[in-house]
Write a protein that binds this ligand. Sequence first.
Ligand code: SF4
Ligand code: MG
Length: 329
Amino acid sequence: TVGLEKHFHLPAGPFRPAATLRAVDGIDLAVREGETLALVGESGCGKSTLGRMLVGLLDPSGGDVVYRGRNLAAFTRPELRSLRRELQIIFQDPFSSLNPRMLVSDIVGEPLWLHEGLGRRARGERVAELLSLVGLSPEHGERYPHEFSGGQRQRIGIARALACGPKVIVGDEPVSALDISVQAQIVNLLEDLKERLGLTLIVVAHGLGVIRHMSDRVAVMYLGEIVEMAETDALFDSPLHPYSRALLAANPRAVAGDRRPRRLLEGEVPSPTAPPSGCRFHTRCPHAQAICAESRPRLAPAGTAPRQVACHFWAEIAEGEVAHLPSPV
Ligand code: SF4
Ligand code: MG
């Protein structure tokens, strides 16, 4: 993607002036084929919006989404329809994304009918295959979504997403609505499917715990921007951006053996309708200096590893020299 933006125009209302909500602001992101990329940040950081734009469910208000060398905006309607088969999304709440009045076999088989025009018999066979691929049995197809547990419903959602042989799957917080014990099962299933089917996975998450073991790279997002982009191990070993550091400190258990108490990030998340000037994190950053409120740091290569950070002082902070920084005026 190149300079991707999504601005929502909020209508004027009695309590709210007309405003532009910058959900994703000038993001440049290249997803590599076959990788698992995590988009992480607090709610409202724009990670879901970005995930939806990446699969063509939302059109960017500026910038481009490029898929296999072609701009999505340049696809014709029929091309877009076939593209939909390659780019799929799994939602957070499997219940609200499954039609309660449809049999599971019809839910899973619907894309086969819509996109491939498969007849009843062929569809039935394919649905049985898909159900077993996600650890369910063909008999499960003859029931309704409410008859299943949360984890099983997410399996149904995954089977539906797999129906037309996708290349890229975006999981929008695919396990955060599930019990902890079930989360690992679904994560394992996704990893297994990724290997077997050669998928590219983009996992949207608000916490680091889930993505620690499944993602190859992580994009940490704050108020519509990517503030750090790193290989997963590098991020967990040495987060460079103060916000990444704060996320890790808030969830030390995501790091094996770390028994430090949780340290929650102070301060409110500023409104995306009026993001802070300069570095958007400066209102909450423990290292903020005067320049941080004025000059917006760009995502730029940091260190030797293929890594990018948007912070004026990442190097000084990493060196522990932060105490030597000129104090804010
Ligand atoms: Fe903190 Fe300044 Fe870096 Fe922003 S640019 S993260 S405010 S030190
Ligand atoms: Mg979301």
